[in-house]
Design a protein around this ligand. Structure first.
Ligand SMILES: Cc1ncc(COP(=O)(O)O)c(C=O)c1O
Length: 386
């Protein structure tokens, strides 16, 4: 069809969007439960985000990190105030944020000879060589080995396994509080609390990848708030730039002294237009009652799905997630269900072969949720998902 390298499986050509709806070349509308893979938190054509981008684009599109810009400095301050006392490094994607987190953890651990990473089965942290080293799926990893050495993959939600591995060589324990690509699997609060205690006792850093789960997706600003634990390093991306490429690494303030000028960098990182969009995103997320409402609509969606699971037990094995990050595990393949939803005008995404992953814009309405549930019910009624 074009000169694009075919690394993605796709056919639909999208041209515009409004609210939680997308439109293709033929003008056909789709209710969006894929959300640009958790990027489009405020749907399409959001006035505040569009206005912030327009305003900043008219003033200064790019300056490089040879200079400060007001939007990037303001966004760093806002993020640190929302998360924990920290210093912020900006980059352009989730993978880059993770790559930065790995480097910072290595640099902090270096004087003590700590260089190993503990990651988890089904983890997804990105696809560059460093990030790929902590991404679990053999399908993604094996064609590119050898990767970064010193990574241990441990079973999910298994504190005893972590206690047997984390030691004096461990630079960091690195985890998604809710695994996304790996099947929408929330870590149990006890597991995260146990990992935090273990890291404290053994002198390793705790690093949370909230590229997908962060910034309101689970009904809290950060998913780790559900467990009441705070990491040493936090990565954010997807929704941060309001749809523009933007990633961030937050490094606990006391650790930042280990990072010197020149240790890391990015030409585009902290781009002022993306940062201005980020400020608009944070304004939306901190509007009174907004996150509680996300949580409420998340419960509404999950309850509706659980009802379907009871009606179609031969198709649905599990419904799980947090807030508006929800997975439906089928006993068979999720692909045909995804296709059937699309023919009914609903877009979603998968997480592995058997899990349908729902990541709607955070502004999705209860009426939209009922539309998704209706389309899914019809698909399951056709015998799909077995
Ligand atoms: C948890 C997590 N980390 C990292 C990444 C990589 O982000 P990006 O695709 O922006 O490089 C993703 C992308 O899906 C992700 O879900």
């Amino acid at each position: 069809m074009s000169a694009l390298l075919p690394v993605y499986e796709r056919d639909l050509v999208l041209v515009s969007g409004k609210g939680a709806r997308l439109f293709d070349k033929e003008g056909r509308g789709y209710l969006d439960f894929a959300g640009g893979i958790a990027v489009n938190g405020f749907g399409y054509g959001d006035r505040k985000i569009v206005a912030a981008i327009r305003r900043q684009a008219g003033k200064l599109i790019h300056a490089s990190n040879l200079f400060h810009t007001e939007p990037a400095s303001a966004l760093a301050d806002r993020l640190a105030a929302l998360a924990f006392p920290s210093k912020v490094f900006f980059c352009n994607s989730g993978t880059e944020a993770w790559e930065g987190a790995m480097k910072f953890a290595r640099k902090v651990g270096r004087p003590a000879g700590r260089f190993e990473f503990v990651a988890f089965e089904r983890a997804f942290h990105g696809r560059t060589m460093g990030a790929l080293s902590t991404t679990w799926s053999p399908k993604y990893r094996e064609p590119f080995e050898p990767l970064v050495p010193g990574v241990h993959f441990l079973p999910w939600n298994d504190l005893a396994a972590a206690a047997s591995i984390v030691g004096d060589k461990t630079a960091a324990v690195m985890i998604e509080p809710v695994q996304g690509e790996g099947g929408v699997r929330p870590a149990s609060p006890e597991f995260l609390q146990g990992l935090a205690a273990l890291c404290r006792q053994r002198g390793a850093l705790l690093v949370f990848d909230e590229v997908q789960s962060g910034l309101g997706r689970t009904g809290k600003m950060f998913a780790y708030e559900h467990a009441g634990v705070t990491p040493d390093i936090l990565t954010l991306a997807k929704p941060l730039g309001g749809g523009l490429p933007m990633g961030a690494v937050l490094l606990r303030e006391e650790l930042a002294a280990a990072i010197a000028t020149g240790d890391h960098g990015s030409t585009f990182g902290g781009n002022p237009v993306a940062a201005a969009a980020g400020l608009a995103v944070l304004e939306h997320l901190t509007a009174p009652g907004f996150l509680a409402d996300v949580e409420g609509r998340g419960v509404y969606l999950t309850k509706g799905l659980e009802k379907l699971a009871r009606r179609f037990p031969e198709a649905v094995a599990d419904v799980r997630g947090l807030g508006l990050m929800v997975g439906i595990e089928f006993r068979g393949e999720a692909g045909p269900v995804l296709k059937a939803l699309r023919t009914r005008g609903v877009l979603a995404t998968k997480a592995g072969d058997s899990v349908l992953r729902l990541l709607p814009p955070l502004v999705v309405s209860r009426k939209d949720i009922r539309e998704l549930l209706g389309a899914l019910e019809a698909a399951l009624g056709e015998g799909l998902g077995h």
